[in-house]
Design a binder for this molecule. Structure first.
Ligand code: ASP
Ligand code: MG
Length: 330
């Protein structure tokens, strides 16, 4: 069993969605497919909600852009025999979304809880849509098995509960299980929550680790990890293999290929990650494992960078055990 995650750009246009269909349908083993919202939709949802909260009725135009985008996509890509059922479900979600936005506009208030509800519609709709695209796909509700608990203002995954619910849910696997990424629910209140921006990768990693997948594949819009940011260094090239630790370092320090927390669960379960380009499925991608072959072992694998950030190193024995030093530095 493998877990395949497709990001927003992979489900952003009819052409890329067709590539996703081909990639998934050509798999010979059962797969879990995790999808992001259609490219740009999470940002659109947040923008529309903020417009509504500021009592600006132009939120309605922003909302209708989201409506049209999803309706056109259903029309363009869903298989004829599933079109009606998918359209009904997507329209239901769009109506709910419209009602929530209207509520925000009327009471001029946008709480974190409502924001979480709003953004969940992105993956909610994209995942329903994709069940109508991929032959034999069965939809699974991530809110039922990815459970979070609140930690100050953040939602963090309750791993123990989540792991047991995943096991329960996927006792038997269909040929293709389709799961919305990013979305979760609070273990106490049941309210919809999420794993943070870029969190679909994390959903996929948690599933892969718990179900002992043979591989976690992250399908994105680049060929893999690059030796440097190609927008800065024009002869940067794809790195064929990395260790988990190297990938974690590159991700934490600016490489935007995967959401940094993603590596942790699969690292522990020792499940390799393959980064692939949906637009170039024949490219080799980047393969991430615990060890890499010795001829691949170079001192420097890649250089990542973060703009507009200074790194300041402060050292000296005078700091050891001296209370208040950090306070004074900051
Ligand atoms: N749709 C969410 C975001 O844009 C999650 C994801 O794409 O991984 O952050
Ligand atoms: Mg992403």
């Amino acid at each position: 069993m493998k877990v395949l995650k497709f990001g927003g750009t992979s489900v952003g246009s009819p052409e890329t969605i067709l590539n996703v269909k081909n990639i998934v349908e050509s798999q010979s083993e059962p797969v879990i497919v995790v999808v992001s919202a259609l490219d740009g939709v999470t940002d659109q949802l947040l923008r529309t909600a903020r417009t509504a909260a500021s009592e600006d009725s132009s939120y309605m135009e922003q909302y209708s852009v989201i409506v049209d985008r999803h309706r056109c996509m259903v029309d363009a890509v869903v298989m004829p025999d599933k079109k009606e059922a998918v359209a009904v479900k997507v329209n239901e979600l769009l109506d709910e979304l419209g009602n929530i936005l209207k509520g925000i506009y009327l009471i001029k208030d946008l709480s974190p809880k409502t924001t979480d509800a709003i953004v969940s519609y992105g993956e909610g709709m994209s995942s329903i849509l994709m069940t109508g695209v991929i032959e034999g796909a069965e939809w699974f509700d991530a809110r039922k098995f990815i459970k979070t608990t609140s930690y100050f203002t953040k939602h963090i995954v309750d791993m123990e509960l989540t792991r047991s619910l995943i096991r329960e849910t996927f006792k038997s696997l269909p040929k293709v299980a389709l799961v919305p990424g990013f979305i979760s629910s609070d273990k106490n209140t049941g309210e919809v929550t999420n794993l943070g921006r870029g969190g679909s990768d994390y959903t996929a990693a948690i599933l892969a680790a718990r179900l002992h997948a043979t591989q976690l594949e992250i399908w994105t819009d680049v060929d893999g990890f690059m030796t440097a940011d190609p927008r800065v260094i024009n002869n940067a090239y794809t790195i064929e293999s990395l260790t988990f630790v190297e990938a974690m370092e590159l991700s934490n320090f600016g490489a935007k290929v995967i959401y940094p927390p993603t590596i942790f669960p699969v690292f522990h379960a020792n499940i390799p990650i393959l980064i692939k380009n949906t637009m170039n499925p024949d490219g080799p991608g980047t393969y991430i494992t615990r060890e890499v072959e010795s001829d691949q072992r170079k001192a420097i694998k890649g250089i990542s960078s973060i703009n507009d950030t200074c790194l300041i190193t402060v050292m000296g024995l005078g700091m050891v055990g001296v209370t208040g030093v950090n306070y004074r530095i900051f």
